[in-house]
Design a protein around this ligand. Structure first.
Ligand code: AMP
Length: 511
């Protein structure tokens, strides 16, 4: 009897095309990484990591720009059973300090331009034995170390299905990020389900314009390609005209809703240009029903919206064949389950609004070194409480109607207000603050801070606060606007009324 591979890399390799000279990815500048090169470079990197004392179960934290080498590093980690930790390139010193001390990676790899700021942090932590660099164009001390590494055959590390492949840090509701632990089985089973559900084949060419420090670009997009021996056009970032100009060389686009609102602004978005694309997929944040309708009107194609999160990868999707309903994320994917519950975990009926709970082989293993937090977010019978507010209609389609935990999604990135509030509140002459998300035509939502300052503190201004958080927070978390009030609106229980403020300022960014 043959067993399905349990190491994710072996699963991918078992699907590589027989002709390994086939491009796995092509860059905008015409660089081609074939499947053969992918196996070769990632194997060489795996040997290099081994030479840097990285053992199975050790963490490798990576905060680098998008490049083919960065993807190879991810595969290299899978091959030796190390746990890959992708970090958003926007994170600054304070955040990096936290991630390194929490994850204790053996190796930390950053951009050469960040080495001066981050190396001292790594050096102060005994667990972090090596701090290396990798640049956007594939240079840096990782590549120098690679040149010194003897090329040799690397056996894939045997892994159990529940062994960890990656830890993805999510923003924390209490101000600190939580590391979602994803196993080889979580990622492998999900990759198979979604790539088949969306009809991937070796003929597909995906336009990859997403960052690779997030589940969407690193797992969802890349794994669909790897599971079918398909190809991708690997772009450093999303730029509407570039993407439209590539439609005739591609078959699939995956994006966040902002991609689609930007595409709609282009006069070049026509049915003829879009014809080669067999499916446009959207996720990571709510796609407005108006955007869905406008896209269909302009292009004749219906966007396929799906739902997931770092903790569960993909969980619901509109169908490839069948009704793609605007404003919904579709039914649950095969092999997984969904239910809507009240706050006590009691299941609710059809069309009743409550908290979305999920179960399935894709659901993560818990939060890294946070057993209490993990316990709080799982029911005793294994259902994971997503924190998203939703309903399920009579056809089984899931409608996400809100977020239980106040999460702001700006340009596709999550911002938990608490983290920004804690920082603002710690500043001189700031009494308290409330951070909310306000609709924004470009970012979906923009971060706005409502601040109460001490009387007689003329030096505390919008500019001074924005300046004070600049080095502490990733740019997407920094308030786009600061509003000063005499006091925060509160209810009789003393709870800050964020809904009232969101409503009051809802037109702040209206054009
Ligand atoms: P992340 O962990 O960064 O992937 O963010 C996960 C969160 O993004 C979910 O809990 C949802 O709140 C939100 N999200 C993802 N996809 C969708 C979608 N299609 N519609 C609405 N919200 C979504």
């Amino acid at each position: 009897m043959t067993h399905a591979p349990t190491n994710l890399f072996d699963l991918f390799r078992s699907r590589f095309p027989s002709d390994r000279s086939k491009p796995f990815l092509t860059t905008e500048k015409g660089r081609i990484i074939s499947y053969e090169a992918l196996e070769d470079i990632s194997g060489h990197m795996a040997a290099c990591l081994r030479d840097h004392d990285v053992q199975k179960g050790d963490r490798v934290a990576v905060q680098v720009d998008k490049s083919p080498e960065a993807l190879c590093l991810y595969l290299a980690c899978l091959r030796i059973g190390a746990i890959f930790i992708p970090l958003n390139t926007a994170y600054r010193t304070g955040e990096i300090g936290y991630f390194l001390s929490d994850a204790e990676p053996v190796v930390f790899i950053c951009r050469p331009e960040d080495e001066k700021a981050f190396a001292p942090i790594a050096e102060g932590l005994p667990a972090v034995r090596h701090c290396l660099t990798l640049s956007v164009d594939g240079q840096g001390s990782v590549m120098e170390a690679l040149a010194r590494t003897e090329k040799r055959a690397i056996e894939t590390a045997p892994t159990n299905p529940d062994d960890l492949a990656a830890i993805c840090y999510t923003s924390g509701t209490t101000g600190r990020s939580k590391g979602a632990m994803l196993s080889h089985k979580n990622l492998g089973s999900n990759a198979d389900v979604i790539s088949n559900f969306w009809g991937f084949s070796a003929e597909d060419v995906l336009i990859h314009a997403l960052p690779i420090f997030h589940v969407h670009g690193l797992f969802v997009a890349t794994h669909c390609v790897l599971c079918h021996g398909a190809s991708m056009i690997f772009l450093p970032k999303f730029e509407a005209e570039t993407v439209i100009s590539l439609f005739d060389k591609a078959t699939v686009l995956m994006g966040v809703p902002t991609f689609y609102t930007r595409l709609l602004q282009s006069p070049n978005l026509t049915p003829a240009h879009c014809a080669p694309i067999r499916v446009f997929i959207s996720g990571s944040a709510p796609l407005l029903a108006e955007t869905h309708t406008a896209f269909e009107t302009v292009t004749g194609q219906k966007i396929l919206e799906r739902y997931g999160m770092s903790e569960i990868a993909m969980h619901c999707s509109n169908p490839l064949h069948g009704d793609r309903v605007p404003g919904t994320v579709g039914p649950v994917l095969p092999g997984s389950a969904v239910r809507i519950c009240d706050d006590n975990g009691q299941p609710l009926g059809v069309n009743e609004i409550g908290v979305l709970e999920v179960k399935g082989p894709n659901v993560f293993q818990g939060y890294w070194r946070m057993p209490e937090k993990t316990k709080e977010e799982f029911r005793e019978d294994g259902w994971f409480i997503t924190g998203d507010i939703a309903k399920i209609d009579e056809k089984g389609y899931v409608h996400i109607v809100g977020r239980a935990k106040d999460l702001i999604i700006s340009g596709g990135f999550n911002v938990y207000p608490k983290e920004v509030e804690l920082l603002l509140d710690s500043l001189d002459s700031v009494v308290e603050s409330a951070v909310i998300g306000i609709p924004h035509p470009d970012f979906g939502e923009a971060v706005v801070a409502i601040v109460i300052k001490e009387a007689d503190s003329p030096k505390v201004t919008e500019a001074s606060l924005q300046d004070a958080v600049k080095d502490q927070l990733a740019r997407f978390k920094q308030p786009k606007k600061v509003i000063f009030l005499e006091e925060l609106p509160r209810n009789s229980m003393g709870k800050v009324q964020k809904a009232t403020m969101r409503d009051h300022y809802k037109d702040l960014f209206k054009k």
